[in-house]
Design a protein around this ligand. Structure first.
Ligand code: FES
Length: 178
């Protein structure tokens, strides 16, 4: 076996007698012959296998995410038509009691509903009929109340829409779509 490295300093040598380069080697010896060296080829194999495993894991998670769609929520009564005057909003929860949503009675008589959760950092948005907008006070995000699209501020996407169905004078939420 080849003796490598300058850590082979004879026993009994007084440190102060050594040259500066030898002193730190004696104090912090590195035993080359005991080292399990990794070749460049082995390192490259490791990098390729690790990247492949990460890619496969990511692809698997993406496929599972597509397969495990959330179950469709049951239709849920939201409000009676006469409860929400034209130009006003009605706040409710859908599809779960933790999901805040807003029903808008737009000028002209049309009803629309959205998730109340801002698509920037999830603050609640509020209807401002006098300004014709849905407003997020956290970072001045603005959404179009007719389409739910962001029109100002940092929100990157439209508000998730809640599909409505009207039966008599009752308005139902039937589905939330992204
Ligand atoms: S959370 Fe709504 S604009 Fe930032």
């Amino acid at each position: 076996m080849t003796e490598r490295g300058p850590d082979r300093i004879p026993e009994g040598t007084v440190l102060s007698e050594r040259r500066p380069g030898e002193r730190w080697r004696a104090e912090f010896p590195y035993h080359w012959d005991a080292d399990a060296l990794v070749s460049r080829r082995e390192l490259l194999h490791l990098a390729v296998y690790t990247s492949g495993a990460l890619f496969a894991g990511t692809a698997l998670l993406a496929v599972l995410g597509l397969l495990r769609r959330p179950p469709r929520a049951a239709p849920q009564p939201v409000a009676r038509v006469e409860e929400v005057a034209e130009g006003q909003a009605f706040y409710f929860h859908y599809p779960t009691p933790d999901d805040e949503a807003v029903l808008l009675h737009l000028p002209g008589g049309r009803f629309v509903a959205y998730s109340q959760k801002c698509t920037h950092l999830a603050c609640s948005v509020y209807y401002q009929p006098e300004r014709g907008r849905l407003f997020c006070p956290c970072h001045d995000g603005v959404f179009d109340p007719v389409t739910g699209e962001p029109v100002a501020g940092p929100p990157p996407r439209r508000l998730p829409q809640i599909v409505l169905r009207r039966e008599g004078d009752l308005i139902y939420a039937v589905e939330r779509v992204l």
